[in-house]
Design a protein around this ligand. Structure first.
Ligand code: ZN
Length: 466
């Protein structure tokens, strides 16, 4: 079965045929860095990280570009309210985003361009559009440059609207001199006290849509394979990106993939709701890898309605996987990831990235693996554990990978040695039939959050979770 995706533009599932055989180019609209990320932002990062890993696993040479929007009305407002320069706001929040992506195990993009570093490319694109009659500088000389939506007959194709259904664009001041209220701003004329850059049409700053077209084509070429982003970006952001790039003569994205939103109590995440769902707060509730499991497990196009209970369930599901692999390593020694993943897992991901079905194969393996271990079927358990690691690597969830095993490894070794001393004393107490002393040692360990389990292979310990 071949790889296929639901393409928003075609409104159907299409087979993935890359522009260049063996390679895949992917552009993802990244953060507007006016505030630190909540889990809704990072869900998109996790979804597209799984896509990127699956493309790589499937043999594609992936170029992944995820931009940073570092100039925007909201950034300017935050900076003004704090009395600091705009770039202090963006530096601080971009670092918070980078930390959050890393915390959740998202591989760094091939390139992560910032909008303000690409003004010459934006001027170039505006010049091409103006020369071809698709854009115009505002007649009042304010420095605004607009895209002329009536000059591009396919406008509305991505969001499936006819031009007469399109709402007027709200991204400029109402009194600006536009030819059509639906024309959107490519460039916004300078206002006093705001950051601005020189252009042939006056000083100003980039419009959001123009940034993404300029950066995507600079790093991926005039035509590239996949454009991703949240469902809420289809209109106007992606519609406008597509219109201006195609009007300028670029092929632009061949496939449009959109991830679903994350809601709380059925409502779209707002800033006030979102504060408790910032990444540093979330990783107090569960471990980062468990948060990744939670955000990645649902189909990328579905809505996730956040709940603590569902988060805990996801953490417990992940711990079942981890528990099997930990026991397998204890019994079998090191287990290397298999070269290939099971067919059921591959066909689930090939089918528009069906992570939930892929996880069903993962959990089937965990059950079979536990049975094999319990009955002493070491060879079978080793094979299952190897396949499991290969599948989990694609999902970015392998508990034995460097990402997830090394985080507290140094400390783990120290605790291991200390617990070993306590367990020796407990063993000695039991040998001399001093069960009260043996139980006291176990209880004290439990109080410290260390759970001791007696198995046929001896006593083993684990940190109490949750
Ligand atoms: Zn964008």
């Amino acid at each position: 079965m071949s790889l296929r995706f639901y393409d928003t533009s075609a409104r159907q599932v299409r087979e993935f045929v890359p522009l260049r055989e063996g390679s895949a180019s992917l552009y993802l609209c990244g953060a507007t860095v006016q505030a630190p990320p909540h889990i809704g932002h990072i869900r998109s990062g996790v979804n597209f990280d799984i896509l990127r890993r699956w493309l790589s696993h499937s043999g594609y040479d992936v170029t992944f570009c995820r931009n940073v929007t570092d100039i925007d009305d909201k950034i300017i407002r935050v900076a003004a309210s704090e009395g600091v320069p705009w770039w202090q706001v963006t530096e601080r929040n971009q670092r918070a985003f980078t930390r959050a992506y890393e915390t959740l195990g998202c591989l760094p993009p091939t390139v992560e361009p910032r909008a303000t570093g690409h003004v010459p490319e934006m001027i170039d694109l505006m010049r091409r559009l103006i020369d071809d009659g698709h854009a115009y500088a505002s007649d009042d000389g304010c420095g605004d440059v607009y895209f002329d939506v009536r000059s591009y007959p396919s406008y509305g194709e991505l969001s499936n609207q006819r031009l007469d259904q399109v709402m007027e664009s709200s991204d400029s001041d109402p009194d600006r001199d536009k030819r059509d209220p639906r024309d959107f701003a490519l460039w916004k004329g300078a206002k006093p006290g705001e950051p601005s850059w020189d252009t042939p049409w006056g000083r100003g700053r980039p419009g959001w849509h123009l940034e993404c077209s300029a950066m995507a084509t600079k790093y991926l070429g005039p035509s590239f394979d996949i454009h991703g982003g949240g469902l809420d970006l289809i209109f106007p952001h992606h519609e406008n990106e597509l219109a201006q790039s195609r009007a300028a003569g670029d092929g632009f994205a061949q496939y449009w993939l959109h991830n679903g939103m994350l809601s709380v109590g059925g409502e779209k995440m707002s800033k006030s709701l979102g504060n408790s769902l910032l990444i540093p707060q979330m990783v107090q509730k569960v471990r980062p890898v468990e948060l990744r499991y939670y955000l990645g497990q649902a189909h990328y196009r579905s809505t996730i309605d956040y709940s603590d209970a569902a988060l805990r369930e996801a953490a417990a599901a992940y711990q079942r996987i981890e528990g099997f692999l930990t026991r397998a390593v204890e019994v079998l020694g090191e287990v290397a990831p298999a070269d290939r993943v099971p067919d059921g897992f591959a066909s689930a991901l090939d089918d528009d990235l069906g992570v939930s079905q892929a996880l069903a194969v993962v959990h089937g393996h965990v059950r079979e693996g536990n049975t094999a271990l319990a009955s002493g079927g070491k060879e079978q358990a080793a094979e299952i554990a190897g396949e499991l690691r290969a599948m989990l690597a694609v999902l970015g969830l392998d508990p034995l990978s460097e990402q997830w095993s090394s985080a507290d490894q140094g400390l783990g070794e120290v605790v291991d040695a200390l617990v070993a001393v306590a367990l020796e004393q407990r063993k000695a107490a039991r040998a001399r039939k001093d069960y009260a002393a043996a139980d006291a040692i176990r209880d004290q360990l439990a109080e410290a959050g260390i759970v001791v389990e007696d198995t046929p292979q001896g006593s083993r310990w684990d940190l109490r979770r949750g």
